[in-house]
Design a protein around this ligand. Structure first.
Ligand code: UFG
Length: 329
């Protein structure tokens, strides 16, 4: 099957390309390399340098490569930045999705696996967030992803474009073989920042707020290993190959860890001290996001292999130790 991975040079997209190729899919990648890395893309994929908002390019790739399904990872994805620069998010994410859906409709591509996010929910009081929980995003990033989900839903109704939207909780870790991993510039995500501190690349890391309404006062998140996450994407594509109904799934572990617990687990994995400072809250951060993930387990048969936070952090640590400068090595 011919699959186009948009954003296939990014952290999560590159892990998808790697696994799709291992599973025997024929993979094309479109990426503008604004945040992605050419070296992260498996050599067996056909690489196109370009932007999702370039419809002529999308048309050309879909036709030349006879694309049958799209994995859509390309987006601006930083909660804090989106509060400062909302229009960047509505342009890249929402306009990008509109152009992609036009190209899909015009070229009769009927399947899309979409990277959505837990950020569509906002502050939820329930201990575990189910897919039907109210959506009240606390950031333009979450709002843009909710708009994108809704755009696909209406195109399903009008044009029969079938979708699986996967609402990621906090994705972490690296390929267990060490070939690819996480490398953002600037880095804003908790686990890489904690590990850069362990490596001595930062004097200390800052915990963004310890006055949240949580047991230790720091934000709680649900961490899922990037390889487990990609397994769910491939199951979602197989699902669309045999089922007519579009679906939305949470991808998480149903277990929450506070920022302080992540630092503690990282000290255990790395054997390093990891100095921390307490800072202000970061705009747009909900106190707690933990997934109810039974739906993906039941309908897709998803079984995450990584069961402990230490196991996830270990793969990230192996990558950071071997590639302290990321892909610049
Ligand atoms: N944090 C710190 N210090 C840091 C970095 C992060 O205390 O230096 C805290 C944040 O405030 C937050 C937690 O660690 O409470 C996790 O922050 P990340 O930036 O690692 O992840 P987010 O939860 O903000 O966002 C991630 C993805 C989003 C996705 C979201 C869904 O980046 O794309 O998970 O939960 F929408």
């Amino acid at each position: 099957m011919n699959v186009l991975v948009i954003g296939g040079a990014g952290y999560i997209g590159s892990h998808a390309v790697n696994k799709l190729i291992k599973k025997g899919y024929s993979v094309s990648v479109l990426d503008n390399l604004v945040t992605g890395h050419r070296d992260a893309v498996d050599q067996s994929a056909t690489f196109y340098l370009g932007d999702i908002r370039d419809k002529a390019m999308l048309n050309q790739i879909i036709q030349e490569e006879q694309i049958e399904a799209i994995f859509h990872f390309a987006a601006s994805s930083l909660v804090g930045e989106s509060v400062e620069k909302p229009l960047k998010y509505f342009n890249n994410n929402v306009v990008g999705m509109e152009v992609l859906l036009e190209a899909m409709q015009e070229n009769n591509v009927k399947k899309i696996i979409f990277s959505s996010t837990a950020a569509v929910y906002g502050d939820v009081q329930a201990p575990l967030i189910t897919e039907d929980a109210p959506k009240a995003p606390t950031s333009p990033y979450g709002e843009s992803k909710l708009m994108m989900e809704n755009m696909i839903k209406w195109c399903d109704l009008a044009h029969g474009i079938k979708f699986v939207s996967l609402r990621y909780f906090n994705v972490a870790g690296a390929l267990s073989t060490g070939e690819i991993g996480e490398d953002h510039d600037p880095e804003t995500h908790l686990i890489p920042i904690v590990l850069q501190t362990a490596l001595g690349q930062r004097d200390a890391m800052t915990i963004f707020g310890d006055d949240y309404n949580t047991p230790d006062g720091t934000c709680i998140r649900d961490y899922v290993h990037v390889e487990d996450l990609i397994d769910a994407h491939i199951l979602a594509l197989e699902y669309l190959n045999t089922n007519a109904e579009s679906q939305i799934f949470n991808l998480g572990s149903s277990t929450g860890y506070s920022v302080k617990e992540i630092v503690e687990a990282s000290r255990k994995v790395t054997g390093k001290e990891i100095p921390v400072k307490i800072g202000e809250r970061r705009a747009g951060d909900p106190a707690k996001l933990v997934a109810a993930s039974e739906k993906a387990r039941e309908i897709l048969g998803w079984k995450p292999a990584y069961e402990t936070i230490e196991g996830i952090i270990q793969t990230a640590w192996d990558w950071h130790e071997a590639n302290p400068e990321g892909y610049a090595n």
